[in-house]
Write a protein that binds this ligand. Structure first.
Ligand code: BGC
Length: 416
């Protein structure tokens, strides 16, 4: 008996030692809280837990991550950053400049990221030639999500131009439906606005205006026209739009309350989570006049430099798992995005994703992809904030498009 107890105690002890030696904790700050997003991020949590690591969830609600970024800054300033955080685009460089990030070159080399991920993405993940962030997926922004049953009932056609949009929206309104499910939050307004700019003024103009922030493009007849078209959409939204979360707007299209939503393909995650089928229950087409253009948005995680050896191991495991084929497939099917690396099986993806994959590959090869301003891929957070402010002020007041275009120039100059 004594021997048994002693052995059992030793086993328990060894077990503890074993789990302590091989398992670490990652505290992950992210903003994936909608139905489809939560289902998606759970895939990563489960994979990490299967390897014995612990996932401490730090989810901060708020589309496009504005709230999450505020929390992140507060935590970092207090000297208590999480182990990993969802951060994108030029902001990655800003965090790296602070000297707070872990170098991920070892795992990147082992897993061959340089050869499996296109350089348009890896360039964003590196600081001074070293990986400081892990890319997760590719989202396309310029989609329009439609409820085809409403179009049929209203005798309207799904529009491909803004003129057609007006005609369709008027018919839908006359038939007693809401044409556009709109979420009146500055990031959602900016999301719609940038798609309108691409469609109306073209990709070259978009780059000059919203990537290079060239004052001549920001304050130009093209910009004024795009602002006017953007504001025209407001005629087809409801009075409850201000403040509405993006997933609530998607739910209106899902439930047959509204005909269209302009939103990136994370909206598809909501349709998927609701058990809806593309092609029959809902249809995804490019935002009017943007066919052939691809506004892209890559989610990614930065890792903070931690001293604890086990936490370091858990970070490396997280980085490796994110770019594993299993994760890339299951996560992206749920999230509405597409894999960020090559070599992932396409069988589980629907036509919308397959189309996006072809377009992304072609755009990466021809260098015609456009980084999303609204989703932190194109300009610094400060400049992005300045553009958000003008766009939202314009959309929610009687400011003229001419004044808004002029204000874009001064707001951007102040932020740069
Ligand atoms: C992110 C998506 C997210 C969406 C809504 C975007 O900026 O890239 O992953 O689903 O915001 O929160």
């Amino acid at each position: 008996m004594k021997i048994f107890i002693k052995t059992a105690a030793m086993l328990v002890c060894c077990g503890l030692l074993f789990s302590q030696a091989f398992a670490g904790e990652v505290e992950v700050l992210h903003w994936w809280t909608s139905g489809g997003e939560a289902k998606s991020v759970a895939v990563l949590k489960n994979l990490l837990e299967k390897e014995g690591h612990t996932w401490k969830d730090m989810a901060v609600a708020g589309g496009a991550g504005e709230n999450a970024m505020t929390v992140l800054k507060t935590r970092a300033m207090a000297g208590n950053p999480p182990t990993a955080a969802q951060v994108k685009g030029p902001a990655i460089q800003e965090w790296a400049e602070e000297g707070l990030l872990a170098n991920l070159d070892e795992v990147a080399k082992k897993e061959d990221w340089d050869n499996l991920v296109p350089s348009v993405v890896t360039d964003i993940m590196k600081y001074k030639g070293s990986y400081v962030a892990v890319p997760v997926n590719v989202h396309k922004i310029n989609w329009m999500w439609c409820n085809p049953a409403i179009f049929v009932k209203a005798g309207a056609r799904i529009p491909t131009t803004w003129e057609q949009f007006k005609t369709a929206a008027q018919k839908i309104k006359a038939a007693g439906f809401l044409p556009v499910a709109f979420g009146g939050q500055s990031w959602q307004e900016a999301t719609v606005f940038e798609s309108v700019v691409v469609g109306q003024a073209g990709p070259e103009f978009y780059k000059k205006a919203l990537v290079d922030t060239d004052p001549k493009a920001l304050n130009s007849p093209e910009m004024i026209k795009a602002l006017e078209t953007f504001k025209m959409i407001k005629n087809f939204t409801d009075k409850d739009a201000p403040g509405r979360d993006w997933n609530m707007a998607t739910a209106m299209v899902i439930k047959g309350e509204a005909a269209m939503q302009f939103m990136g393909d994370w909206a598809k995650g909501e349709f998927t989570a609701a058990g809806k089928n593309p092609g029959s229950d809902y249809v995804a087409v490019p935002v009017p006049e943007t066919a052939g253009s691809y506004l892209f948005n890559v989610d990614s995680f930065i890792m903070f430099d931690v001293k604890d050896k086990e936490a370091k191991k858990a970070q490396a495991a997280m980085a490796r798992l994110i770019l594993s084929n299993t994760f890339q497939e299951v996560f992206n099917v749920n999230k509405g995005s597409i894999p960020v690396k090559t070599g992932v099986s396409k069988t589980a993806f629907d036509d919308i994703a397959l189309r996006s994959m072809d377009e992304f590959a072609a755009g990466a090869a021809n260098k015609t992809l456009m980084p999303s301003m609204a989703h932190g891929m194109a300009v610094s957070p400060a400049v992005q904030g300045a553009i958000y402010d003008v766009v939202t002020k314009f959309y929610n007041s009687d400011m003229s498009a001419k004044d808004a275009a002029a204000q874009l120039v001064s707001a951007v100059a102040d932020a740069e």
